[in-house]
Design a protein around this ligand. Structure first.
Ligand code: GLP
Length: 239
């Protein structure tokens, strides 16, 4: 079941996304939260933090992805972003926060370890997602097989350009990342995908109305069991 809601703005979207996550938490069904970085889900985390809910210290948090090769403590690394934007505001136990290790000597082994940690935690209960202009979810760029697992990927020039705003210059953006695969993401029990702005309109159209195929990785959402898509009017403008 995939449900689409068009809401007025980032605040409304944040509130609605937070309602889903909070509902699961208060029902005792949120053992593992999957988080996306980027600007889209920020208001979800803010709205959750403002509610002062009990129980966050027991929740495991898994990030979708991480750049390869950024030094420890780099503000643009997703380990840092998740710490700043999710762990600290919600009060999650630092020992329960998981981000792929983009600094490992053996990156393939780090990917396998991440898959195993996800399974050991019992899988993701609610996965928050953004979407890239290329139609990526996590860092699964066009062509990513729906059967893909956590692995090292190359970023497209478009994604490098889009993410340059988080770095001093485009030259500083890593060209590779570790990302959960489409099949990894698919295993979550519920998904909430958020997209805002005109720049996402075409990717949203392709994901929801185009062919279900690896050309648009986010189209895989239409094969998932329980998906809520939250859009602002600009992101929904081509539907
Ligand atoms: C990034 C992340 C994705 C994120 C997407 C959209 O590259 N790897 O997980 O969903 O791009 O980012 P934003 O929400 O800032 O547009």
């Amino acid at each position: 079941r995939l449900q689409v809601e068009v809401l007025a703005d980032a605040r409304e979207i944040g509130r609605r996304g937070a309602d889903v996550v909070a509902g699961e938490l208060l029902a005792g069904r949120l053992r593992v939260l999957g988080v996306a970085t980027g600007s889209s889900p920020l208001q979800v985390y803010e709205s959750l933090a403002a509610r002062d809910l009990p129980g966050w210290d027991g929740v495991e948090v898994f990030a979708l992805d991480e750049y390869v090769g950024l030094p420890a403590g780099d503000r643009a690394s997703y380990a840092d972003v998740v710490d700043r934007e999710v762990r600290a505001p919600l009060g999650v136990d630092p020992a329960r926060v998981h981000v792929p290790d983009g600094r490992a000597d053996d990156l393939d082994a780090a990917c396998d370890a991440y898959e195993q940690a996800l399974v050991a935690a019992g899988g993701v209960d609610v996965q928050v997602l953004g979407i890239g202009a290329t139609g990526h979810i996590g860092f699964n760029e066009p062509g990513s097989p729906f059967s893909s697992r956590t692995r090292v990927v190359e970023l497209t020039p478009r994604t490098v350009a889009d993410n340059a705003r988080f770095f001093a210059s485009a030259d500083d953006v890593p060209r590779r990342a570790i990302t959960q695969g489409i099949a990894t993401i698919a295993r979550a029990r519920r998904h909430v995908l958020i997209a805002r702005g005109e720049g996402k309109a075409e990717a949203v159209r392709a994901a929801l109305e185009g062919e279900v195929a690896p050309d648009c990785p986010a189209s895989a959402l239409r094969t998932f069991e329980d998906v809520l898509v939250l859009l602002d009017p600009a992101a929904a403008s081509l539907l």
